[in-house]
Design a protein around this ligand. Structure first.
Ligand SMILES: Cc1ncc(C[n+]2csc(CCOP(=O)(O)OP(=O)(O)O)c2C)c(N)n1
Ligand SMILES: [Mg+2]
Length: 321
């Protein structure tokens, strides 16, 4: 699938935005201003961006506890996301969700999710709506290797298949569920699970934006054509701990340094597009500078924003019919 210059620049900008957002949240969390639990997505950017590059606002995604990257790739406002993580009134969910519950249905982002395996059933509902109303929309469930072992995921894969729903299950296999290695906890081959539910499955290098983009494009085209769900098994890695504060005693000391040096999706992207003469290094450097300003602005705005007031407690909590 050939990408034009604008699409390549957009992909790099989105991946950079996620990376810098996460590196900054990592640093800011250490200062103690960010409340709650934070799980960072740095290292996995090619997955969110490679998949969401094919989606419109009408398409929906369901995310995980490690959701910042999915939100940015789907078009959530970065200032409002940062404010949400800081628990501020100006946050995307008025400061009531925090890192693990960022949502923006206006851009088709159905929510980060504290329930591991919670996204897969959700997207079946969204996809059933799309199918019933014939909107042509698709729904994507991102989930980890841990989530792949949840019963909810198996039920959702079955339902999506028997109802031929326009769903894509994106299995982000980053090697661990908390501190448990997926090599130890995931039985068999995830592609056999797809086969067992009668849907195609494909495994790709999740650090390679172009490989993810190609495989996602095919699965999404299939879903849009009414041919039902697919599974993408992406092998990738996270750079930070399971959550901020995780001592990562279960990883060898040089594991992340090696990943950053050899399997960084941003570096791989840069090498590929510059060697092929598609983009020059200066254009990519310029994007990195622009993104740095965007992140700086978001943090400054978030820190200056007010906290929700006690009177806000019950607003945006219940729907009034
Ligand atoms: C239903 C449920 N069980 C357990 C947990 C605790 N928990 C939070 S994250 C996590 C690991 C998830 O691993 P994975 O799906 O591989 O995602 P990753 O953190 O690697 O992105 C667990 C067990 C939870 N939040 N929800
Ligand atoms: Mg995992």
């Amino acid at each position: 699938m050939q990408l034009n210059r604008d699409e390549l620049l957009r992909a790099y900008r989105d991946m950079c935005t996620i990376r810098q957002f996460e590196e900054r949240v990592h640093a800011e969390f250490a200062s103690g201003d960010i409340p709650g639990f934070v799980h960072l997505y740095a290292g996995e950017e090619a997955s969110a961006v490679g998949v969401c590059a094919h989606l419109t606002k009408q398409d929906t995604i369901a995310s995980t506890h490690r959701g910042h990257g999915h939100c940015i790739a789907k078009g959530c406002d970065v200032d409002a996301m940062m404010a949400e993580i800081y628990g501020r009134k100006t946050g995307l969910c008025a400061g009531k969700g925090g890192s693990m519950h960022i949502a923006d249905v206006d851009v088709g982002m159905l929510g980060a999710n504290g329930i591991v395996g919670g996204g897969a059933p959700l997207v079946c509902g969204a996809a059933l709506t799309a199918k019933t109303l014939k909107t042509g929309a698709v729904a994507v469930a991102f989930g980890g290797d841990g989530a792949s072992n949840q019963g909810t995921t198996a039920e959702a894969m079955n339902l999506a298949s028997v109802w031929r729903l326009p769903v894509i299950f994106v299995l982000e296999d980053n090697g661990y569920a908390e501190s448990t290695a997926s090599a130890w906890s995931v039985a068999g081959d995830p592609l056999d699970r797809a086969k067992g539910f009668g849907m195609p499955g494909v495994r790709v290098d999740g650090h390679d934006f172009f490989a993810v983009h190609q495989a996602a494009g095919e699965a999404i085209a299939r879903a849009r054509a009414g041919e039902g769900p697919s599974l993408l098994h992406l092998k990738l890695a996270r750079y930070f701990g399971h959550f901020e504060g995780d001592g990562m005693t279960y990883r060898s000391p040089d594991e992340v340094a090696k990943l950053r040096a050899e399997r960084d999706c941003l570096k791989l992207f840069r090498a590929k597009v510059t060697e092929a003469g598609l983009l020059d290094g200066a254009a990519l450097d310029a994007i990195e500078g622009e993104v740095a300003a965007v992140i700086e602005h978001a943090v400054r705005r978030a820190k200056a924003a007010p906290m929700p007031a006690p009177a806000d407690l019950l607003s945006d909590v219940y729907v009034s019919y």
